[in-house]
Design a protein around this ligand. Structure first.
Ligand code: NG1
Ligand code: ZN
Length: 535
């Protein structure tokens, strides 16, 4: 393999000497200024992945819910899903190479070990609205070209749009943006059918990110009668004071339980939703009497989706194979939601944090619903079920609705725009408002905190991240704190996207959950190395 072109191109994207990038929960993230070498090399990697997988791959420059000065890269497999986990170590090796020679050697090694055929790989490249995004996307394109690949510049897209487009492209199906909006809008139209129009608009806080413009386009496609939307924090000129993810968006609402900027005029009971910066997460919220916020998080969206899927499957004509339905969560799922879902008679599975883990577990079911509490998730339909739905007669309404759902809900990855339509469709079909949705179960009081330590990797976990095995004594300290809290549950894990250790606590009362989280945070400080704390 002649790597002279690669070496010359790599020299234009030198790695900062003390940077050792690590593929985290969802790709690489860092301050944008540090990233050109990482993104260039990801372009290289995704050509190799395209050649190995025999289809287009994807690369989106985004740091999701992180601050505007950060950036990152999310990588898309030929299936449209996230990069296969076995390739994360290839990504790490390439990103950490100290010299251009080591980059070339790592690429040669990759082709040898993975037995990759030579040819022209194709990589679809998109980016979010960060000021650094277009420059980093150009670095990705340079990486693609350096390995003889073809880069398809897709411009400004949400992360889930790019995943959807890669999946469609590799199925030789229409994969332009119009087709994406059409799939979502047509699925929604079928699902809501003649259900009465909503009486109130949904206010959607778009985190001043890419979701703003895309939601406006979707709203136009849907028509104001079908789903009246009041788009806030749409970024650009429509930005209401804050920058991307700054005091707004799904992460802010879910973790801080605080009303986003640009929404101060919302009255009690208003139906509101917040997307994150790359529009792959959505949570709903409303203001309660007395000023507090009621959050409808990913767990609650999963509950609505589970009810819909369960009822539609039950309405299908009997078959020798009864479709399996499962709901996949992480340890961050509120205990009350887990109990509710199990009470519906559905299989409930707990995986590691990060949608790549949830997605894989959901694929084991004919209909697999997965959502992280932060609002990242989707509903997957297995091939066998989809085929059967197509074979059922046209007048089978349940089959028609399930196929509409399959087209409306992104099959490649969690998608905030799909999620918005999913929630609205279920509420509309049932004639429910937020009150009925909220009444499905009562969340256990919970608290999440972030702790900064010297080296977060000293915290190591087991049992789907619910217990620690290092540092010594930490799990015993957590156990003691949990024992002392009525209805207590707590765990800690190092974040895969931020330089913090995350603390989660649940208990019978909010003060007890707060106290438990504080006690566990103290134990992390004491045993994992104190350097300060953040709420
Ligand atoms: P980390 O930072 O590894 O906890 C966060 C979210 C994940 C996932 C990723 C990717 C929490 C507690 N964690 O990961 O669920 O969404 O970001 O964006 O919300
Ligand atoms: Zn995101």
């Amino acid at each position: 393999m002649d790597t002279s072109e690669l070496k010359a191109a790599s020299a234009r994207y030198p790695k900062p000497p003390d940077l050792t990038p690590a593929y985290g929960t969802a790709g690489f993230r860092a301050l944008a200024d540090l990233l050109p070498s990482t993104v260039f090399r990801c372009g290289v990697l995704m050509v190799a992945r395209s050649l190995k997988g025999g289809g287009n791959t994807g690369l989106v420059v985004t740091a999701s819910h992180n601050p505007e000065a950060d950036n990152g890269v999310k990588l898309v497999d030929p299936s449209g899903c996230m990069l296969e986990q076995a390739w994360e170590s290839h990504a790490d090796r390439l990103a950490a190479a100290d010299t251009d020679e080591v980059v070339c050697a790592a690429v040669q090694e990759l082709f040898r070990t993975e037995d990759i055929p030579y040819g022209t790989g194709v990589v679809m490249v998109a980016h979010d609205t960060r000021p650094s995004a277009a420059g980093l996307a150009a670095a990705a394109v340079a990486g693609v070209i350096a390995l003889g690949g073809v880069a398809i510049p897709c411009g400004l897209l949400t992360t889930p749009q790019l995943h959807w487009m890669v999946r469609q492209a590799n199925a030789s199906a229409k994969h332009d943006e119009g087709a994406y909006f059409g799939a979502l809008a047509d699925g929604f139209a079928t699902l809501v059918g003649r259900s009465p129009a909503p009486v109130q608009a949904v206010v959607v806080d778009c985190a001043n990110g890419v979701g703003g413009a895309k939601l406006r386009a979707l709203a136009e496609r849907l028509g104001p009668q079908r789903l009246p939307l009041d788009v806030r924090n749409a970024g650009g000129a429509a930005c209401s004071g804050g920058g991307l993810n700054d005091r707004c968006g799904a992460e802010h609402v879910q973790k801080e339980r605080a009303v986003p900027i640009g929404c101060a005029d919302i009255g009690v009971g208003g139906r509101c939703a917040s997307l994150d910066g790359d529009a792959d997460r959505i949570v709903f919220w409303t203001l309660a009497d007395g000023g507090g916020m009621t959050l409808f998080d990913g767990d609650r969206i999963a509950a609505l989706a589970a009810l819909l899927v369960r009822d539609l499957l039950a309405a299908l004509p009997a078959d020798e194979h009864t479709p399996t339905v499962g709901v996949v969560q992480t340890a961050y799922a509120n205990g009350a939601s887990t109990a509710y879902l199990a009470g519906l008679g559905l299989a409930v599975v707990c995986t590691l944090t990060g949608v790549k883990h949830l997605h894989a577990a959901a694929e084991a079911f004919d209909a697999g619903i997965y959502f992280e509490a932060n609002g990242h998730g989707t509903v997957l339909f297995g091939q066998r079920l989809v085929q059967r739905l197509h074979e059922l007669p046209d007048d089978c309404e349940a089959a028609r609705d399930l196929l509409a759902l399959e087209s409306m809900v992104n099959q490649a990855v969690g998608d905030a725009l799909s999620g918005l339509l999913l929630v609205e469709a279920v509420l509309r079909q049932r004639g429910w408002g937020l009150a009925e949705w909220g009444a499905l179960y009562t969340d256990l009081p919970s608290r999440q905190l972030k702790v900064r330590v010297r080296d977060r990797s000293v915290v190591r976990t087991t049992d789907a991240e619910t217990r620690t095995v290092a540092p010594d004594g930490l799990q015993q300290a957590i156990d003691a704190a949990v024992q002392a809290a009525p209805g207590g549950r707590a765990f800690v894990r190092p974040s895969g996207t931020e330089d913090v250790v995350r603390v989660y606590a649940e208990a019978d009362t909010q003060p007890a959950a707060d106290a438990l989280a504080a006690e566990v945070m103290r134990a992390v400080h004491d045993l994992a190395g104190r350097t300060g704390a953040r709420p």
